[in-house]
Design a protein around this ligand. Structure first.
Ligand code: AMP
Ligand code: MG
Length: 512
């Protein structure tokens, strides 16, 4: 699917009027009007292209040369509506920190349309930070350059790490300040997702008592994300099962990487099973399951270790929203409720299975033995007690697997190195149960234990250089390191080591 950069057409006054075409194949826009508000993005005064994701453009079959022209940049800034685009703001509701809001919706985003990627998959192309919509409430509809760059860095890092996620196609500075704690440069992110359906989208129709809306949405979600459910004897139960399975696996992947989402509201829990909404997210450094980064999360609702519980809670809200359809499907209230409960019960089982399988890989265990889960938990406890860096502990454990002397690099990460030594003995005993060479084991471990993750102080430094000095070099350099998260290369220590105390960033702000 190409973007055609059409030749100029003369307008009445003799000036040229460029049109810009993207081969959109819009489906959301065909849904009933109650699903969205048709609204075009608000033009930006002087758009400046900060970043274009050439690789992603290629995967989407978009013409990156065209996107980098002044007309293409205007499209990415929301200043020009490409032909084929049917811009709209999606309606949704959501629980925010446990409190239900009947109407949230895209208050600062426009879905431009959908394209079919080279992989045959349908993708939403959305602008975020592109001005007010009927869902803006008191918001300005805008986003800061720093927040947009943060989402670009972290979502692209997650993608390379193999985590299902929305992607970032472009960052365009608007040339207009946005007013937060101070006047800050504004920007628009072009976000790509297999869809922007959320748990909150279902809640929106439940809150209105609109069962036909729920059904239409469920059918749309099935067609787009769970086509196999269409053939299941109980299609809506199959949809619920599908979302639960993908989300259980997703949160396990986050946990295995030390990732903290930070704002797991139901409007930020996607139906496709992708990570969405990179606000106050961060990767943990010193391992502590109670870690919270978000400046507004006073109760620790979305702390590292609470993430599976928060997600189960959100999925319960999804099951509730689907309940009218499950009741119909089962023929009675009791049976419908039992179906929802049975689906939700699978969450814990699937999360633990994904987590345990992932942990075995991180520890270099190829087979499954009784006691593996406890072995991993024991290491994590010792890491927590000794403030060991999460990412480096596992990365250096690869060296320890290759060679006994490699363990030196791991033990120094522990406040009390003997705490690691005691665990190492148990680990080596367990490794002896498997016939695999140390080199092979280390190589496998290095494919799942990254050396480079977007450490918060590096992210903040890159954003600061960009917003305060218009220096985008640190941003580009960080992106380069994160593009190869498993390849340790010399001279890159700055990107692999934890923040020094004076560099440590304790909080990430919703200051979006
Ligand atoms: P978020 O915290 O980004 O998930 O956003 C929650 C809700 O607030 C969504 O409905 C957003 O569209 C809306 N929102 C967030 N920031 C703004 C803003 N600056 N202007 C308008 N709406 C916003
Ligand atoms: Mg959101």
């Amino acid at each position: 699917m190409r973007i055609k950069h059409n030749s100029s057409m003369a307008s009445k006054d003799g000036s040229t009027l460029e049109t810009f075409h993207i081969h959109f194949e819009n489906s959301y826009s065909r849904l009933p009007e109650k699903f969205y508000a048709r609204v075009a993005p608000t033009p930006a005064p002087s758009p400046q292209l900060i970043k274009l994701n050439l690789q992603l453009a290629k995967e989407l079959g978009l013409d990156s040369d065209g996107l980098a022209t002044p007309e293409g940049i205007e499209v990415l800034a929301g200043s020009r509506v490409a032909t084929g685009s049917e811009p709209l703001a999606m309606a949704y509701a959501g629980h925010q920190f446990g409190y239900f809001v009947r109407q949230l919706g895209d208050g600062r985003a426009n879905l431009l349309g959908e394209v079919i990627g080279r992989d045959g998959v349908r993708y939403d192309i959305q602008l975020k930070g592109s001005g007010r919509t009927p869902f803006s409430r008191n918001g300005d509809g805008r986003a800061t350059l720093a927040a947009v760059m943060r989402e670009y860095i972290v979502s692209e890092a997650m993608s390379v790490l193999g985590v299902p996620t929305t992607r970032a196609l472009a960052v365009v500075a608007t040339g207009q300040p946005v007013f937060r704690e101070a006047a800050l440069p504004g920007a628009v992110l072009t976000r790509v997702a297999t869809s922007h359906l959320r748990v909150g989208t279902f809640q929106y129709f439940l809150a209105k008592g609109d069962v036909e809306g729920i059904r239409t949405l469920a059918e749309y979600a099935i067609a787009r994300h769970y086509p196999e459910a269409a053939f299941a004897p109980r299609r809506y139960r199959a949809l619920l099962d599908g979302v639960i399975a993908r989300q259980a696996k997703l949160v396990a992947q986050w946990m295995l990487l030390g990732f903290i989402h930070g704002v797991m509201n139901t409007d930020n829990t996607s139906i496709s099973g992708e990570t969405i909404d990179y606000g106050p997210c961060a990767f943990m450094e010193a391992y502590d399951p109670k870690t919270v980064f978000s400046s507004i999360d006073h109760q620790g609702r979305y702390s590292y270790s609470n993430q599976p519980h928060a997600l189960h809670w959100n999925l319960t809200r999804l099951a509730e929203s689907l309940l009218p359809l499950l009741v119909e499907e089962e023929g009675s209230d009791e049976a419908g409720l039992a179906s929802a409960h049975a689906a939700l019960e699978q969450f814990g089982v699937q999360f633990e299975a994904a987590r345990d399988a992932g942990m075995r890989e991180k520890l270099g265990l190829t087979a499954e033995y009784v006691g593996d889960t406890e072995l991993a938990a024991d290491l994590l406890n010792r890491m927590a007690e000794n403030r060991a860096d999460y990412t480096l502990t596992f990365r250096r454990l690869c060296d320890a697997a290759a060679d006994v002397n490699g363990a030196r690099g791991v033990r120094v990460l522990f406040a009390e190195p003997a705490a690691f030594d005691a665990w190492e003995v148990l680990w080596r005993q367990r490794l002896m149960k498997e016939q695999i060479s140390p080199e092979e084991r280390a190589a496998r471990m290095r494919r799942v234990n990254p050396v480079f993750i977007p450490r918060n102080h590096l992210v903040e430094a890159a954003l600061q250089a960009a917003t305060e000095q218009q220096d985008f070099q640190p941003f580009e350099a960080l992106l380069d390191a994160l593009a190869h998260p498993y390849n340790d290369s010399p001279g890159m220590d700055r990107y692999s080591t934890p923040a020094r105390p004076e560099e440590y960033v304790h909080q990430t702000f919703c200051g979006t």
